[in-house]
Write a protein that binds this ligand. Sequence first.
Ligand code: HSE
Length: 432
Amino acid sequence: MKQLIRVGMLGIGNIGRGTWQALAMNHDRILESTGLDIEIVKILNRHPDKDRGIDIPKEKYTAEVGDILDNPEIDIVVELIGGIEPATEYMARALSNGKSVVTANKAAIAANGRYLVDLAQQNHVLIRCEAAVAGGIPILTSLTTALLSNSFSEVHGILNGTTNYILTQMTEYGNDYAQVLKEAQNKGFAEADPAADVEGYDAANKLSILMSIIFGAEVSPEDIPTRGITTIAREDIEYSLNAGYRIKLLASAKKGKKGLYANVEPVLIPAGHPLAAVSNEFNAVFVKGNAVDDLMFYGRGAGPLPTGSAVLGDIIGIARKLEKDSAYDIVPQLRYDSGVKFIGEGASKYYVRMTVTDRPGVLGRITTTFGQFGVSVEAVRQEAPYESGKERVAALIFRIFEVERPLLYYVLNKILNENIIKSIDNIMRIED
Ligand code: HSE
């Protein structure tokens, strides 16, 4: 039996275009295998004359958001305008009007997920956001269907394609960060304003959503310690290669005895780890379940069609429930009720690169100060000294045994303020 599902779409940018194209490519196959006749009936488009390179009948467009949100004929609203507002307000209105919602909006879900999920529950409808985390990779759906038989203790994701592309190019060609960023912008891989990507905020939003799905925790992205890739230099890349590591911007969360630990930052990971092989704009999510053990998902985290594939998957998932008249979660997919506490970062091994004057006794003073505060050095290496102005300086690279970051920072600041060293150039976590 054929069931018509009417979709209203807010926005027709890259993801909207990808969703339209994915449906155009696969409509008949979806109909054949599910009986669902999915039709995008209205699209919010405030610039209908702009050429978007796709053939969409003009009568589908509307400049009035109410034509979609308040339209009794629409079953599912797909929000693809991005940003926290007015996207949250629009989604809330759709849910209150008894429509299920699909969104690719990581910022709005990370900021207002609990509010929107509560609204969906009150109105007995669904909200899904597969496309918000790792684009085409079906991580949220997998975790909440096929993998429900597991309890997960950790998740590590390469969740941002722009930064992974930049780090890969720096590693493969030995180029500087600024040079690679510029190239990436010229090729359209990086935004003109790359801050959300390169400072790690985009990945923090995605990690916050994963923490809700995996641990039932409400952790605001603003509370997740987040550091980007802007301080990574050629020296760091060279060290990582020589020492058998790769540098990746990892979004990680772990469940310990006392609660959850999480952060987003560049991390030295062993070259043999499956995440180390994830190159260029690709994304990956690595999870550890108590039954399935290690599991890694790999794919495209951005791009119109891969993200459109995830949006369409959510539409089909909701439509299958609508068909049975049960478009409602007894337990919502995004959960915020486990009571598990977010603690912070926890202890880790660290990599510290600093610049010092090349003079006898400097290394001794640094290690003595580390020792006074119980910070233990695993290894140290000095790079070839060079002339800088009137003096000879050298880079020192320390590997520090497990330490809490605040203590490490306290000791490093002391070393810096006592003028034992010239500068601290980079600090990264080491994951062995
Ligand atoms: N800007 C993101 C990235 C894609 O570079 O991966 C959208 O989430």
